[in-house]
Design a protein around this ligand. Sequence first.
Ligand code: AMP
Length: 505
Amino acid sequence: MKLLNTLKNFSHTHPDTLVYLSPTEEITYGELWRQSEQVAAFLLKLNNEKHIPVIVYGHMDASTIGSFLGCVKAGISYIPIDTSIPFERIAKIIASSQAEWVINASGQELAVNNFSVSVANYDKILADQVSDVPVDQSNWVSGEENFYIIYTSGSTGNPKGVQISANNLQSFVNWMVEDFPIKENLRFLNQAPYSFDLSVMDLYPALACGGTIFAITKEMIAKPKLLFEALEKSRTQVWTSTPSFVQMCLMDPSFTDKLLPELRVFLFCGEILPVAICRQLMNRFSNARIFNTYGPTEATVAVTSIEVTAELLETYSNLPIGKPKGDTKILLVDENGLAVDHGEKGEMIIVGPSVSKGYLGQQELTEKNFFHYEGEQAYRTGDAAYIDQDGLIFYKGRIDFQIKLHGYRMELEEIECHIANCKYVKSAAVIPVYQNDKIDYLLAAIIPTNHDFEKEYQLTSAIKKELSAFLPAYMIPRKFSYYEDLPLTPNGKMDRNKCKEMVHQ
Ligand code: AMP
């Protein structure tokens, strides 16, 4: 695979160049390559001939990246799981992927006694020095073999694993390196944890061009003072984040080019990029270029892009998501799958080499969402859009109940399913509450079972506690309201629109 070859060559010609740094550690290309060789040698000794994916449990540490690279050099795909993911959810991912091994790169204890997996600690793998012989390149993941599998929210209540092959990733990386001002030796900000595919937007382009990754940890996100101190030292040149994250940074007046004097490129993906954010960025970072990119995890991070110029901001109050990358087509279809007339709104279908082969072990769901179109892989996004006379694509929201909250993707049905399973809940609807066209928070409208709590807040905290075992914190609704009845549709399903009206009364 070209990406791994480039990385190998760079690690040998520039072993002392920094590849990864955080406030607590830094590591060079040479050392990262060496560590990942040890991980690969360890995995090869396990004789995992079935190529079962390996889970990598970790946060924003070099050991997490070393584990990823070790897996793919041993010909095995990895499943990144951030340390913020609750254990019950990890259990579901283990069951659905049938993973047999977890590499624990977190440096913390991982209590998986009840799971049928073996755990190898990263530090122990390195200390054991399995082999000094370089891993044979013929082992590396290549072509249509899976490179990574990222689990994302599923409407049935279970997360689904999106399989991304070496070819998918290479198509994405080629585009990033060729079509964006991403050149050699730049310093990349890494905001998204590795269990979200936005992290792929900085990680692999950086590795493909000898860049250095500066990682933001969850401790920094929780304490803005730490974040700003770290940013000041970061020398960031390429910024990748969700619009929500940069909006949070913009709330601090010191977020300017004085803090980040070398910043030249802002890359955004994952949710609507508001005009107001771009205007503020242009005022505060006069030397930086801004790009809006769009794409789902299922098509490897992003497939369309546009540079946001002052002229674009003058022309549009809702920014376009741009045009597809050179090797990709976007079709717009109606509910019968037929192409819509030019300028009409339709569902976006992505066709091209970065479209995933489907969800791991979920044939039915894969067949529902993926198909072949003129010999290429195609994905039904569930996103509505229209294309204007200049060929620019405009995002027009979802056609289902998938949402983005503070940049995180989630299915309302998955949250409802977990709330409905809680001890004190008979049934529930989860309703997004908007402020200025953007979801501000989620509200859970609940019919409770009989209970002995005196106060509603006690009931709420009991339900939230139960939920926290299954759902990551960002998926747990902020507000809970209790009702004797919730409106149903004639066919007995929760009537979300009527629920919405009810909670807004
Ligand atoms: P994820 O798989 O987490 O990257 O989420 C993919 C979804 O995020 C897409 O299907 C869209 O609904 C939304 N999305 C991604 N990029 C953009 C964008 N630039 N503008 C609006 N929505 C976006």
